[in-house]
Design a protein around this ligand. Structure first.
Ligand code: ZN
Length: 276
C-alpha cells in the first residue's frame, strides 16, 4: 500500500463540493486553506464568464484542473443529438476560455435505447467534437459512471467501456477520468487502470467515499474515510501508471451542504491526509 499524501500539493476540489458557497467564495477559501487546484462546474459561469473565472482562480494562486461537464450525447431523435453536439462545442469553448486542460464528459444514456446503442451514439458524438477540441487545445475525459446511472446518466459504466471508446477513436485529445465513487466495485479495475495508463489516456482522478447505507443516488457521497471505498489502494493503482495529476475531491452531499462549510473544508483536508 502506498503512503498517505504527504501534503496538500495535489489536492483539488470540485466547486460542487462546497455548493452553498458562491464560486468566488469557494476559490478564496480554497486558496486560504492550502488547496492547490480547482475543478470548475459550468454553473459557476452564471456570474463570472469562463475567462474571468479562470483569471480569478490563477490570481488566487490555484490551478484550473478541469471543467465539468460535457457529454449527454445519446438521444432518440437526430435533432436532440445535434443539440447535444452543439452544447459540447460550447463547453469546449468555455474550457479554452477558462484555461482548463480538459472537459469531463458525463456521457449520457437515453432511456429506452439499448445501452450498446447509447454507447454507439456517445462514440459518434465524441467523434464529431474531437476536431474542435484539438483546435482549442482541450482534451475530453470520459468519466465512467456507476451502473446505477446506466438508465439515464451514462451508458459508460466501466473504465473498460471508456477504453473501448478511446481505442476506437484513437485521438490524443481523448482520455478517461477515473472516479473511485463510480468504479470501486469493478473487479477488473486494477487491470483497466493499468491498461489506460499504458495507453496514455488517464487524465483525471476523482475521490470521495461510498456510504453504507447510501440514502440518495446523487447527493449522499461521503468524505474520504466515511465509507467503504479502498481509496488509497486505487490511488496506488493510478499512480502506479505514472499519473502525477491532482487528486480531485468531488463530494455531492446534502448532509454536508447543510452544515458549516468552513468546518467541512477542514474535515476534507484532514480526511484527505488520513484516508486518500
Ligand atoms: Zn467524478
Amino acid at each position: 500500500m502506498i503512503p498517505p499524501p504527504r501534503d496538500l500539493s495535489r489536492l483539488c476540489l470540485h466547486t460542487m463540493t462546497t455548493r452553498p458557497w458562491a464560486f468566488e467564495e469557494s476559490v478564496r477559501r480554497y486558496a486560504a486553506a492550502g488547496v492547490r487546484g480547482v475543478t470548475v462546474w459550468r454553473s459557476d459561469f452564471a456570474r463570472h464568464g469562463p475567462a474571468a473565472a479562470g483569471e480569478l482562480i490563477r490570481a488566487s494562486g490555484l490551478r484550473v484542473v478541469s471543467l465539468c461537464r460535457g457529454g449527454f450525447f445519446p438521444a432518440a431523435s437526430p435533432g436532440d443529438r445535434a443539440k447535444a453536439v452543439d452544447d459540447n462545442l460550447r463547453c469546449i469553448d468555455e474550457a479554452a476560455a477558462l484555461g482548463a486542460p480538459h472537459v469531463v464528459l458525463v456521457c449520457g444514456s437515453a432511456p429506452g435505447l439499448p445501452l450498446a446503442e447509447s454507447r454507439a451514439q456517445i462514440t459518434e458524438g465524441i467523434a464529431s467534437v474531437l476536431t474542435h477540441a484539438a483546435a482549442c487545445g482541450v482534451k475530453l475525459a470520459i468519466e465512467p459512471l456507476h451502473p446505477m446511472y446506466a438508465g439515464d446518466r451514462s451508458a459508460v459504466n466501466t473504465v473498460g467501456q471508456a477504453r473501448a471508446i478511446c481505442n476506437q477513436l484513437k485521438s490524443p485529445w481523448l482520455g478517461i477520468a477515473v472516479d473511485v465513487y463510480h468504479t470501486w466495485w469493478d473487479d477488473g479495475l486494477e487491470d483497466e487502470i493499468g491498461s489506460a495508463g499504458r495507453e496514455g489516456t488517464l487524465l483525471a482522478f476523482h475521490i470521495s467515499d461510498w456510504r453504507v447505507p447510501t440514502t440518495d443516488l446523487l447527493e449522499d457521497r461521503g468524505i474520504m474515510g466515511e465509507g467503504c471505498i479502498p481509496i488509497r489502494q486505487i490511488r496506488g493503482w493510478v499512480e502506479g501508471t505514472g499519473f502525477v495529476g491532482f487528486n480531485e475531491v468531488e463530494i455531492f452531499s446534502r448532509r454536508h451542504w447543510a452544515g458549516d462549510q468552513e468546518r467541512y473544508l477542514e474535515d476534507i483536508k484532514a480526511a484527505y491526509l488520513a484516508h486518500a
